[in-house]
Design a protein around this ligand. Structure first.
Ligand code: PSU
Ligand code: MN
Length: 287
């Protein structure tokens, strides 16, 4: 049911990477390169990447390059609720942050790197759309490095839910939650850490105390501060076109990539790789 690559089994410093962003987060043909760059950065920092996805009725932990290439074509978006169905039905399954964490829980991987986690969507008062990423963070003993929560969300509401679930939100050299495309403007983090070693020590202590997931928020290197009006346009367009549920995030991301003249695309690629690298540095410190 689960195949763990030998290299992953043999290493104490492993970083899990998701496949939803490979399949659905970037324009056609560009996602695989983003996934491979994340793997390179993890290796350069001295850890082993474990990119996770479902192929041919098997969950694979540590996809090979030809296997990863299969996520460029049609793939299902697989959250925690979808893992078993996708396996049984033999579909190509691109795991979200939540789906990837659910696999980490089974195989014992402690670190994951991604772009931005899902969370509480804007307009939750009328239509309660809350990403399963949050529930899974509350269930598994894994630290996730991200550039905060995706800014298309209701970020303050997302942080409230993480607090309610007991998930620490650690700012990496920042007191403010980064807003995915911009370095600042988010709600305060629950604490600040200054180094991979400090993050590793906090995670270790949290787990010894019976805690589960943690989020480490790393600000992107370059801040795009004029994206909010575009996000509002994107959400309005999604509403007008009847885009709902799992399709909202990919729709908004591709709208932004187009309307920003590729600026969000470039920023998104860079922050995914930088987060993978930091996750690897924390994994090395932990081992
Ligand atoms: N961040 C990105 N690109 C992405 C995602 C996040 O930069 O494609 C994906 C992640 O896989 C995340 C998912 O788990 O979006 C959340 O989707 P939803 O809101 O439908 O739960
Ligand atoms: Mn949702």
């Amino acid at each position: 049911m689960i195949r763990v690559a030998e290299e992953v089994r043999g290493s104490r410093a492993v970083v899990a990477l998701e496949t939803t962003l490979v399949a659905h987060g970037f324009p056609p043909g560009e996602g695989v390169g983003v996934g491979l760059e994340s793997e390179r950065r993890v290796r350069a920092a001295g850890a082993v990447p474990a990119t996770i996805g479902i192929l041919d009725g098997e969950i694979i932990v540590g996809l090979t390059e030809p296997e990863l290439a299969r996520f460029a074509a049609d793939a299902r978006k697989v959250g925690p609720r979808d893992l078993a169905t996708c396996l049984v039905q033999g579909a190509v399954g691109a795991t979200t942050v939540g789906g990837t964490l659910a696999v980490c829980r089974v195989v014992g991987i402690r670190l994951m790197g991604t772009g931005g986690i899902g969370g509480v969507h804007r307009g939750w008062q009328e239509h309660p759309d809350v990403s399963a990423d949050l529930g899974e963070l509350a269930r598994c003993q894994t630290l996730v490095v991200s550039a905060g929560a995706k800014s298309l969300l209701d970020v303050p509401a997302t942080i409230e839910v993480l607090e309610a679930l007991g998930v620490p939100v650690l700012g990496y050299r920042t007191d403010e939650l980064p807003l995915f495309y911009s370095t600042h403007g988010g709600p305060p983090t629950s604490a600040r850490v200054e180094s991979p070693d400090e993050a590793a020590r906090v995670a270790q202590a949290h787990w010894e105390l019976g805690g589960n997931g943690l989020l480490v928020a790393r600000a992107p290197d370059e801040s795009l501060d004029d994206i909010e009006p575009l996000i509002e346009d994107a959400l309005r367009a999604a509403g007008d076109e009847g885009v709902r549920g799992q399709d909202v995030t990919p729709f908004v991301l591709s709208f932004l990539h187009e309307r920003s003249g590729g600026r969000t695309l470039r920023a998104n690629k860079e922050l995914v790789a930088a987060n993978a690298q930091l996750a690897a540095e924390i994994a090395v410190a932990l081992s």
